[in-house]
Design a protein around this ligand. Structure first.
Ligand SMILES: Nc1ncnc2c1ncn2[C@@H]1O[C@H](COP(=O)(O)OP(=O)(O)OP(=O)(O)O)[C@@H](O)[C@H]1O
Length: 299
C-alpha cells in the first residue's frame, strides 16, 4: 500500500485556542477519505495545512512524499484544491476559466472533457458571474481537476447542489478514483460520506475521535436493530442483535401479522451524532445501541 499523505501529531493554535490538538492520519494512494466533524472542529484548518495554504505549530506532515510547508510549484501541480470559498472569475466565461486554469499546469486535461465531467457543457459560454450557486461549485471542481491531480482536496464540495447534481458529482468522483486519484473531502452530508468514502475520520474539538469505514464506524456493524410495533394502543420498542428471531417470536404472539412493524439499524448519522455527543459531554452517549426497554413489550 502506498501512502498518499501522512500526518503525525499535527497541532495548530489560534491564540491560546488549539484548533488541532495532535492529529494522526494516514491516507492510502487511491483512497477516498472523508473528514467529518461539526462546525469549528478543525477540518478546514487541517485540510489547508495539508494543501500548504496554512502554517502549523507542531507535528509532521507528508503529502505525496513532500512537506507542504516547504513545497514548490512541481508539488503544487500534483495536487488539486477545491476550497470552501469560490475563486472570483466574474469577467470570464466557463470555458475560458477552465482553459486559463489548465494553462497554469505543465500538463493538463482536455478542458471540454473536464467541463463535461462536471456537467457544465451547456454553460461553456456562460459568464461565470451568471452561474447559479450549484453551477459555480461545479466550476470550482472543474478548476480543481483540470491539472489532472494525483491528490484532490474537496472542502464541502456539494454545498448548494440539487439532488440530481449531487448524484452526478458522486459518479464523477468515483470515476476519478477509478483513474487512480486519491481524494480527501470534508462534508457535512453523511449520505455523501457513505456513498463515496472508503474510510471516514471524525474530528471533534481538534482531535480525531475515530477513523473507520462508514460501515464500521463506532461499531455500527455490531449495532443492534431497533424493532418497533403497536400493542394495546401503545408503540413498543426492542433493541436486539437478533431481529429475525425476535420478530418470529412476536409473530407467534400475534398469531400472524405484527401491527405497525418496523425494523431499523442505526444510520451513519446516528453513529456520528453519538460520537460527537460523547465528545461534548465527555462520556459515552446513550447512543443508538442502548435504551431502556419500554413497558408493555410482547416478550
Ligand atoms: N484564521 C483564524 N483565526 C482564528 N481562529 C480561526 C481561524 N480559522 C479558524 N479558526 C478557528 O479554529 C477552529 C477550527 O476552524 P475550522 O474552520 O478549521 O473548522 P471546520 O471544521 O472547517 O468548520 P466548518 O465545518 O464550520 O467549516 C474554529 O474554532 C475557528 O473559529
Amino acid at each position: 500500500m502506498t501512502t498518499a499523505l501522512r500526518v503525525k501529531g499535527l497541532r495548530k493554535n489560534y491564540g491560546d485556542a488549539a484548533a488541532l490538538d495532535g492529529v494522526d492520519l494516514d491516507v492510502a494512494a487511491g483512497e477516498i477519505f472523508a473528514l467529518l466533524g461539526p462546525n469549528g472542529a478543525g477540518k478546514s484548518t487541517a485540510v489547508e495545512i495539508l494543501e500548504g495554504l496554512r502554517s502549523r505549530d507542531g507535528g509532521e506532515v507528508s503529502v505525496l512524499g513532500v512537506d507542504p510547508a516547504a513545497a514548490d510549484y512541481r508539488w503544487r501541480a500534483r495536487i488539486g484544491v477545491v476550497l470552501q470559498e469560490a475563486r472570483d472569475f466574474t469577467m470570464l466565461r466557463v470555458g475560458e476559466a477552465v482553459r486559463q486554469f489548465g494553462a497554469y499546469y505543465p500538463t493538463h486535461r482536455d478542458p471540454d472533457e473536464v467541463i463535461a465531467a462536471v456537467g457544465l457543457t451547456e454553460q461553456t459560454r456562460t459568464l461565470t458571474s451568471r452561474l447559479s450557486g450549484g453551477q459555480r461549485r461545479r466550476l470550482d471542481v472543474a478548476l480543481g481537476i483540470v491539472g489532472g491531480p494525483e491528490l484532490l482536496f474537496l472542502d464541502e464540495p456539494t454545498t448548494g447542489f440539487d439532488p440530481a447534481a449531487r448524484r452526478q458529482f458522486w459518479e464523477m468522483i468515483r470515476s476519478l478514483r477509478t483513474a487512480g486519484t486519491t481524494i480527501l473531502l470534508t462534508t457535512h452530508y453523511l449520505d455523501e460520506a457513505e456513498a463515496l468514502a472508503d474510510r471516514v475520520g471524525v474530528l471533534a474539538k481538534g482531535r480525531l475521535v475515530e477513523v473507520a469505514s462508514p460501515e464500521r464506524l463506532g461499531g455500527r456493524d455490531h449495532a443492534q436493530a431497533i424493532v418497533t410495533w403497536d400493542e394495546d394502543g401503545r408503540r413498543c420498542e426492542e433493541r436486539t442483535a437478533e431481529p429475525t428471531r425476535f420478530i418470529a417470536e412476536l409473530s407467534t404472539l400475534f398469531r400472524g401479522e405484527i401491527p405497525g412493524l418496523s425494523v431499523v439499524r442505526p444510520s451513519l448519522e446516528d453513529i456520528y451524532l453519538g460520537l460527537i455527543g460523547s465528545q461534548e459531554t465527555g462520556s459515552p452517549e446513550a447512543g443508538p445501541q442502548e435504551t431502556a426497554k419500554p413497558e408493555g413489550s410482547a416478550r
